[in-house]
Structure formats: C-alpha cells, structure tokens
Design a protein around this ligand. Structure first.
Ligand code: PEP
Ligand code: MG
Length: 598
C-alpha cells in the first residue's frame, strides 16, 4: 500500500449543487481537469469514436475482415482441440459469427450511429447478452457466456495486426475498469490529463507508468463506468484521491488554476552541486533511473541518476503486433545504451505472462502471477528468449549494457539462461558478428529467491531487488487487486526482514544490490531502505529530486537506529506507528504527518 497516499477508499459521495465528490485511492500525484473518455474491453481496450460519412464504408469492411479473422481462428482452435464438449463450444461460436441477423445489426449500427466497429460490437452484443440473461431456461441462458467470448474475440480481431492509431481529444481523462499498460502507452501519445480506474494498486504497472509519465491517477472507484458518460467534465485530484463529477464552474476554475500552479520538484543548482549523493554523515548512495522512454534519460542524468537500474523490455511487446523483431530490438537497445553511456543500462528480459501473448490459442490461467510468466515463460518458449538475447548481445557491442532475469526462483534458471546465452554467443561468433561483455543480474522478487539470495548472488554479477513483487508474493496479496490493497503492507516486518537478508547476501558475496521496486522512489521508504543497508536505489525520474533531497538531509546512523527499532515490531501497524513517531522526532524538518504512513 502506498504509505504516502493511503487514502481509504469509501463511498463518500455527496451532491453539492450538482457536484458529486467521490473518494478513491491516489496512486499518481497531480491534478487533472478535463472531459471523460470511457474505455472498455479486456484484451484490447477501445472507446466510442464518431466517424465522418466518408469513413463508414471502410469501417464496415474492417468489421467484415475481423469477422473472417475470428472465424479462421476458431476453426484453427477447434482442429487442435479433441474434446467433444470443446468442439461443441466452438461450433456455437461459429454459429454466432455466421448469424446474419447479428452481423447485420452491427453493420446497421455502424451506419446509423456513424461510430467505430468496436463500439457497435459492444452495444449490439451487450443487448443480446442482456436478452439471454433474462431467459429462464438455464441451458439457453448460458449462451450469454459464448456471446461474451465472441464479442471479446471480435474486438481483439478488430485490432488486426496493424498499429492502433489513436488520437484523443485535448484534455481527455481516461475512465476504465482497468487500464492495461499497453493501452496507456498507446494513449499517452495524445497526452491525456489523468486516469480514473475501478481497479489496480499502487504497484500495478499502469500506475508505475503513470507516475513515470507524471500523469495524475486515482483508483478504487467502484462502479465509476456506470456513473459517467464520455464527454462529461471531471476533476481528478491525484493528491487526495478525490474525483469530482459534474464540477461547478467555480470548482473547474479553482482546479484548473491549481493544475498550473503545481510545481514540478526542481532542485536548485545548489542541490545538484555535488556529483556524489551522500547522507549528512557521508554514506554514499547511488541513484539510478527506472526508465522506459528514451527521451527522459537526459533529465534523470541532470538530477544525478547514474545509468538505468531497470528497463522493462516487456513494454516493447505490443498486443496487436506481438514481439518486436530482433532488428527492432537491436535498434532500441543500442539507441538507449548509447544515450546512457558508461553508467550502463540494465535491461530486464521480457517479464510477460502467457496471457499477454497473442492469446487466442491459450487457456486462461487462473493465477497469472503464479503462472507461466517472466523467466519461466522465456525458458518454456526459448525461441523468443534466444531472439532477445541475440539482440541484447549485438546491441552490447561498443555499449555498456547488462541483462536482468525476472522472477528467478533459484539458481537453476540462471544456469540455464547462461547456457543459452553462451550458445547464442558461439553462434554469433561463428557468423563473425560482434558483441560486447554483458553482465548478468537476477531480480530477487519471490520468497524462495530471498532464502537463496547468497547462492544466487554467487552466480550473477548483481542483484535487482524488486519490492513490488516481493511484497505481493511474501504477503500473498495481488498487487493489481484494489480489493486487497489494505493487505499490501510495504512496511510489513517480513518485508523488512527479506530486504535485509538480500542486502546482506549481496554484501557477503560482494555483489551490488539495486533496489528497483517502487519502495525506492518514496522518500519515507528510501530512508528505511538506507537504514537497512541499501546503497543503490533505482526509481522513476520524477522521484529523484525528492529522494535525493531526503538523502542529503538524513544521517545514515539515524536511519540505522530507526530501523533497529522497526526490527522489534511484530506487525505492519506497529512498524508504521514507529515510523511516524521516530520520523517526526528526528526528521520533522523533512517529513510532515501528511506524508507519513497513516
Ligand atoms: C518489482 O517487482 O519490484 C519490479 C521492479 O518489477 P515489476 O514492477 O516490473 O514487476
Ligand atoms: Mg517484478
């Protein structure tokens, strides 16, 4: 849970001269004022687009092509599945896709309403689904499930293989059940003003990206999609977690003013005077950047970042286009490595779940976080992994580039990955293709890796400590599920113990440990991490100034003393209480009660 923004979500909604004020959980700072755009869909997210008359025919052709693609997919899957019941399901799906009345209703909707095919599919199938749900015969009623599947498949097929070319209106505020990271990456080109979602946690990738992009966000807004319509005015306060629907003119004016007044934390020349970042008593701390957009590195460097501690390569995977090719990857890795230079970039190999891949042929996983993801997926589907390793090797020629393996659970995955890496090196050497020296690192983010941190540290050149997943797996709390966010206790005693164990393992084996989870980018947590012995913190560019200022104003010895006390606590609540009292006692010049865990 965000200790800083732990605003309890409740149903505090009240009308005030027509305004509706709702409280959610603030997960990315800032204020956004704009008009709502409702986003729908699971696999591929979409919204209503009004079309000009001249575009209607092409839209219908696009819809027909999607129907053909969906049919081909279903035929292919049903050939692969032998089970009788499953064949039956696919036959039903095909019947729907051949149902002239359904298809012509969708086409008519596109024509009459002049809207995009995605929107027509949603509205028409929603109507059918509601009708089926009202049927008393159970067997017939359950057809709505098949229709939901068909609608989802059609929506995915409408994505085709092409690049989505989405242009949002100015001042758009995105409202959705959840926003997928890939959708956000697409939408962000048109500079939305904020995000409101029903679901997601402080460490969800979407909100990690939102913070990286300085995009205000509030989550935990249950049922929001049912209460709003695209085009309505809305205010989002990413500090307090407040969302104001139907704001009065005066409220809009106040918040617009506030949005322009928010000062981006910009350290003075004096703050940046020293190249080295040290605590008051001289403990040197290295700050690195968690960075996914090349353009941001210059700013990170200006603020004092030494290289990139975590580059999440999976953000290059595109829902419509799939994996980037070897050539595309070489270009991207090379470009960013050149920009970063001697301070090195640590590129994490694809941390994807099997569900995120091209999807249609796969069964849904019940627990994707515990499923075929990250290094497991790479080792299970070696082809893509070998392509990525080759791209990384080739990009490392004359560049300083390291690789990090995600979700390692013991040394076996490292040994196998290294074996594959060596084979790819040999093949490149045979082809006389040059490559550089890459260091190999491992993410420590699952409990088994914490217990084996020493053994793992011996096998690699450095460790990256991922506190987001570490909290998720240690406490068995889904980081993407807002309903359990009260159990996502970053300051749980077991988390502090695990962090310390990993730091000690790194020290013993003389291997650097870079803390790169969201904990590192919060001033409060950073002070605690330093007290636990951390010397390398990797964070998003917008956190650097704040954390740097904290480091320069605390003494390492004081942080150590506080942590010693925290280590006597038995519960997260006790730790949080001690953090409040000791931070206020020692560092009241830096921390007010409003930015301490509440
Ligand atoms: C982590 O788990 O802490 C981490 C840095 O990786 P991600 O957030 O991408 O899972
Ligand atoms: Mg992780």
């Amino acid at each position: 849970m965000s200790a800083l923004n732990k605003k309890k979500q409740n149903d505090l909604s009240h009308h005030k001269n027509g305004e509706i004020r709702l409280s959610g959980r603030a997960v990315s700072r800032g204020v956004g004022v704009g008009r709502i755009l409702s986003l729908f869909g699971q696999k591929r997210q979409f919204y209503r687009i009004k079309l000009e008359n001249s575009k209607i025919e092409a839209e219908i052709r696009r819809f027909r092509a999607a129907v053909r693609l969906a049919k081909r997919q279903i035929k292919k899957i049903s050939e692969q599945k032998s089970g009788k019941s499953q064949t039956g399901i696919f036959e039903t799906h095909l019947l729907f896709l051949e149902d002239a009345s359904l298809l012509s209703k969708i086409e008519d909707f596109i024509k009459r309403q002049k809207v995009n095919a995605e929107w027509a599919v949603k509205i028409v199938t929603d109507g059918y689904i509601a009708d089926y749900k009202a049927i008393s015969d159970e067997n017939l009623r359950d057809r709505y499930i098949d229709l939901e599947d068909i609608a989802e498949r059609l929506l995915t097929a409408l994505g085709g293989g092409g690049k989505a070319n989405i242009r949002l209106e100015k001042d758009t505020i995105i409202v959705a059940k959840e926003v997928k990271p890939s959708t956000l990456i697409e939408l962000v080109q048109s500079k939305p003003k904020a995000i409101i979602t029903e679901n997601g946690g402080w460490t969800s990738h979407t909100f990690i990206l939102a913070r990286e992009l300085n995009l205000p966000a509030v989550t935990g807004m249950k049922g929001i999609l049912r209460r709003v319509q695209s085009g309505e005015n809305v205010v989002v306060d990413g500090f307090s977690g407040q969302v104001i629907l139907h704001p009065k003119v005066e409220t809009l004016r106040q918040y617009k003013k506030r949005a322009t007044q928010i000062r981006v934390e910009n350290p003075t020349k004096e703050d940046l005077r020293h190249e080295e970042i040290k605590t008051l008593d001289g403990q040197k701390i290295i700050i690195r950047a968690n960075l996914d957009f090349t353009k941001d590195y210059a700013e990170a460097k200006r603020l004092g970042a030494k290289g990139i501690g975590l580059y999440r390569s999976e953000f290059l995977f595109n829902q419509n286009k799939g994996f980037p090719t070897e050539k595309e990857q070489i270009e991207i890795y090379r470009k960013i490595a050149k920009i970063v230079g001697d301070d090195r970039i640590r590129i994490r190999t694809f941390d994807l779940s099997v569900e995120q891949l091209a999807g249609e042929m796969r069964e849904r996983e019940k627990n994707p976080a515990l499923g075929l993801r990250a290094i497991r997926l790479s080792l299970a589907q070696e082809k893509q992994f070998r392509t990525q390793l080759r791209a990384l090797l080739r990009a490392s020629w004359e560049n300083k580039l390291d690789i990090v393996l995600p979700m390692v659970s013991d040394v076996s995955e490292i040994l196998r990955a290294r074996e594959i890496l060596e084979q790819e090196k040999e093949k490149l050497a045979k082809r006389k293709i040059k490559f550089g020296e890459m260091r190999l690192g491992a993410m420590i983010e699952v409990p088994s890796a914490v217990f084996l941190a020493e053994q793992i540290a011996c096998e690699v050149d450095f460790l990256n400590l991922g506190t987001n997943d570490l909290v998720q797996y240690l406490l068995a709390v889904d980081r993407d599920n807002e309903a359990v966010s009260d159990w996502f206790r970053t300051l749980h005693p077991s988390v502090l113990r695990a962090v310390k164990t990993v730091l000690q393992a790194g020290e013993k084996c003389e291997k650097p440990v870079i803390i790169c989870g969201e904990m590192a980018g919060s001033s409060v947590y950073a002070a605690i991490l330093i007290g636990l012995g951390a010397t390398e913190l990797s964070m998003n560019v917008h956190s650097i100034a704040r954390v740097r200022k904290t480091i320069a104003n605390i003494a390492f010895e004081e942080a150590r003393e506080i942590v010693k006390e925290l280590e006597t606590c038995r519960t997260a609540a006790e730790v949080e209480e001690k953090v409040r009292s000791s931070f206020l006692e020692k560092w009241s010049h830096l921390f007010g009660i409003e930015n301490l865990p509440v």
